[in-house]
Ligand binder design. Structure first.
Ligand code: GLP
Length: 262
């Protein structure tokens, strides 16, 4: 696992956006770049940097096909708190991606099982995900794979924990009762199948989970700890999120980035 610690969120976001743009640009022209994407506040800085790069003519998304991680059950595409709405508002409406190449789970489906199976099939039909960008919940979850989720899970419906509903209530007028109780989400196994994974983590409220994910064992109670088994995974974080890591861990990973072999 690579851990890149930046002084602040802005620097971490810029670094990650440059990295992702580089990956898109270096993909062979006749082959689409398959990109997994998250919602939440953590990736907003990356999205706005990627939009800037597109507007400056530095990157195009014509060759990119996307799969979003998750969607709330019961929210329609035009509901302002749906992840559909979020993605168009904060990213897709501002770049040159072909709308036909955007995939987001349908939270209004009448057959969740079928919807989730079809999503996995659609990912496979594209040859798998090249690069999965993600965030992390304060309880260490990836996508909506709450503590206790199987580490080989596939796309399915999940019940959200009270902690996640509390965290996400800020997007629902601070009212936990308005947060849907279930969501459709890619599984831990779906994320792990991606050829590369990058997770953006910022803020003190993530420090406890980041310590568990980086310094403790693989554990379904912190589902992002699955990254320890991924051959090409990077966590990009700010110093606040790194606050509970040991001095040795911070020193080691910072020196690695400086090219100092320790
Ligand atoms: C939700 C999403 C996750 C996201 C997490 C953290 O639970 N399903 O994909 O990583 O929130 O959100 P934030 O970035 O707002 O802290």
């Amino acid at each position: 696992m690579r851990l890149v610690i930046h002084q602040n969120y802005e620097k971490a976001s810029l670094w990650a956006a440059n990295y992702i743009a580089g990956k898109i640009i270096s993909k062979k022209k006749n082959k689409p770049f398959i990109l997994g994407l998250p919602t939440g506040s953590s990736p907003l800085g990356i999205y706005s940097e990627l939009i800037k790069m597109y507007k400056d003519g530095k990157v195009s998304f014509k060759n990119v096909r996307t799969f979003n991680m998750d969607e709330y059950v019961g929210l329609s595409k035009d509901h302002p708190q749906s992840y559909h709405y979020f993605m168009f508002e904060n990213f897709f409406n501002h770049i040159d991606i072909n709308r036909k190449h955007i995939h987001i789970l349908d939270g209004m489906t009448k057959d969740a099982e079928k919807e989730c199976k079809q999503y996995e099939k659609a990912i496979n039909a594209e040859g798998g995900i090249d690069f999965f960008l993600g965030g992390m919940g304060s309880d260490g979850h990836i996508a909506f794979n709450e503590p206790g989720s199987s580490l080989v899970s596939r796309t399915r419906i999940k019940t959200l924990t009270e902690e996640t509903k509390r965290d996400n209530a800020r997007f629902f007028d601070g009212d936990i009762l308005k947060v849907p109780g279930t969501a459709l989400t890619v599984g831990v196994g779906t994320v792990m199948d991606a050829r590369e994974v990058m997770i953006i983590v910022n803020g003190r409220n993530k420090a406890r989970a980041l310590r568990a994910v980086v310094e403790e064992g693989i554990n379904h109670m912190w589902t992002l700890s699955c990254l320890q088994m991924h051959p090409k995974a990077t966590i990009v974080c700010d110093e606040e999120a790194a606050e509970k890591l040991s001095e040795e861990t911070i020193h080691y990973f910072k020196n690695m980035e400086k090219g100092i072999i320790c």
